[in-house]
Design a protein around this ligand. Sequence first.
Ligand code: FAD
Length: 265
Amino acid sequence: GTAEALKDFEKSKVYMADLESGLHYLLRVELATHQTLEGEELKTFKDFVTVVAKLFPGRQSVVKLLETLLEWLVSLPLEKIPFDAILDLVNNKMRISGMFLSDQLQWVGCQGSRVGLRGYPCSLWTLFHVLTVQAASRPDALANTGLEENPKAVLQTMRKYIVNFFGCQECGKHFEEMAVASLPQVKSVDQAVLWLWRKHNQVNGRLAGTMSEDPHFPKTQWPSPDLCPTCHEEQDGIHVWNEDKVLMFLKQHYGAANISPKHMY
Ligand code: FAD
């Protein structure tokens, strides 16, 4: 297609428009491929809504919407929930009471140079990086959810979400293989932040130069030296990461204070 002009953005920022558009897509489009939720899928969706309701550093109206969705899911005695009921809640009841989730997709840091590139998968990575950082900086946020005391709560929820719902099944398979191999070694919320960074770089490495790559946004080992000079070191002529610096950088980059409201509807 014809190239559109790219919106103004800075790669040193995270954009709330991407996070909200991602949630919109997840709740209204991705879940719609499942007519009913039951068993493992329902449990996965409940855990996902729990994690975002408690940790999403977003607008009050969005957090309220997530909390209401969570209360409703927890209070339902049903073992099977029709997707239409979830959609009705998200679209209608919440709209009326002013709990608002933007209903247009607006990609900013996740914009692609053409349709079909970047967008939702980019926002999902971004969302989970933000959530692992929130879990590390607000240790009490998951109190009384059944997920407290588990430093891997966010990652396990992500893993289950990706396997059960993420439209790209190949991605789910790869992610599951990485989780089986190395998730058991994660013992703290800080290690969880670093684990997701490391695995994301592994995926970037695998996808560099393939059709998934947007030529305007080449896959790199992230953060590049211009974003975080101190993250990079050399030992005996070989590049090594300074993981203490990487952790500090991730907490700053994906921290609530670095999320920009620019280009929000
Ligand atoms: P993305 O990789 O989506 O990254 C988004 C943003 O995160 C970047 O712009 C950058 O700002 C930041 N970032 C980059 N690297 C890191 C890092 N290491 N740590 C923290 N932040 C970082 N596609 C496939 O074709 N095959 C797959 O197997 C596959 N597996 C996937 C598994 C998961 C769990 C997810 C969420 C997506 C997967 N995808 C896969 C999609 C793919 O990883 C990209 O999301 C997609 O190609 C869009 O790439 P992007 O250029 O927008 O950058």
